[in-house]
Design a protein around this ligand. Sequence first.
Ligand SMILES: [Zn+2]
Length: 394
Amino acid sequence: MPAKAGKLSLFIFIDALGWEIMRDRPFLNDVLTVKRPLDTVFGYSSSCDPTILTGKMPQVHGHFSFFLYDPPRSPFGHVRWLRHLPKSVTSRGRVRGWISRAVEKTLDYTGYFQLYNMPFEHLPLFDYSEKRDLYKPGGINGGQETVFDELIARNIPFHATNWRLPEPMRLEAFEAELPKREMRMAYLFLSDIDGVLHRVGTQHAEVDEKLAWYERRLTETLNHAYDHYDEIDLCVFSDHGMTDTVEDCDLMSRIDALGLTFGEDYAAVYDSTMARFWFLRDSARDKIERALAQETRGRILTPDQLEAYGCNFPGQRYGELYFLLDPGVLLCPSFMSSRTLAGMHGFDPHHKDSIATFMSNRSFEAMPARLDDLRGLMEESLALNPSEPVSAGA
Ligand SMILES: [Zn+2]
């Protein structure tokens, strides 16, 4: 048997594994000696994940929520006919899933694509922000390089999860590459627990069962890895937490009741925790702001708050006004879902349930405080010097 390879930097990203969920639950305690909260960024995985990969805040990398008002750039003009489908058909989750896949085929996108509960009649007003696979070169809207781009440029062999595979196969695919002993870095993405937490909330026995599965399965993965590597830097982290839903808020009806015309007076995207508005006629702003003032379970975000969140986008690309609901108040129905959920993320990023988790088997010189610090940590683990020109490392 040839000698083992040297060191492997193993970064395991588990979606929605919040600090409040993990702080009192044992999880790989004999291995993960460092456990601490990790601040998240405002938005959903669509803004968090590009921040992890680039080390930049959303307003820099340009990713936030999937849908934004931009009729000239809308890719959905050709599916205008979908609006003629009866609601009895299109409100069914499975049917919408089929339609999403069919529309995706016509678009030639490589990123994660889902139409969610978007009203088909408004689709031609909206652009979609994640057209390209974030894990592939050129995936970032702002043009920044991801850690994968850096590894490619420096000729460092790595494994990144194919997120289109089912979760167990993602681990198997990584393990199958271990015997080659070539990779120096692996970035695994596990996401099924996010769906569990949305469905049952953070306090359900299913959460413990799922975590037990991860613990068991990751122990096996780690044992495989130690068969082939002398040393492993193991970091397990999440992008955000999960907040248990306390009530639903039908903000859409409140705005619909104003008698304004969508697409002429204003446009809006109703995400699961916030509504974002664009004002197409000046008179609409005043009416909408007054209606929002009546809703006591949320607040309009000031430009200063958006700036502090790193979400003050150039040209107000993701909305001229953001109305964010209080933690635990689900915007429902929304353009994301017509049904309520037991858990949601995307509330105030500083709220305790929003905080993400960082765990590792060693401490680092620069311990990460927020998602945008993880990129530097990957570089530290790989002993990369970002200021060193790529040609010197290659
Ligand atoms: Zn989620």
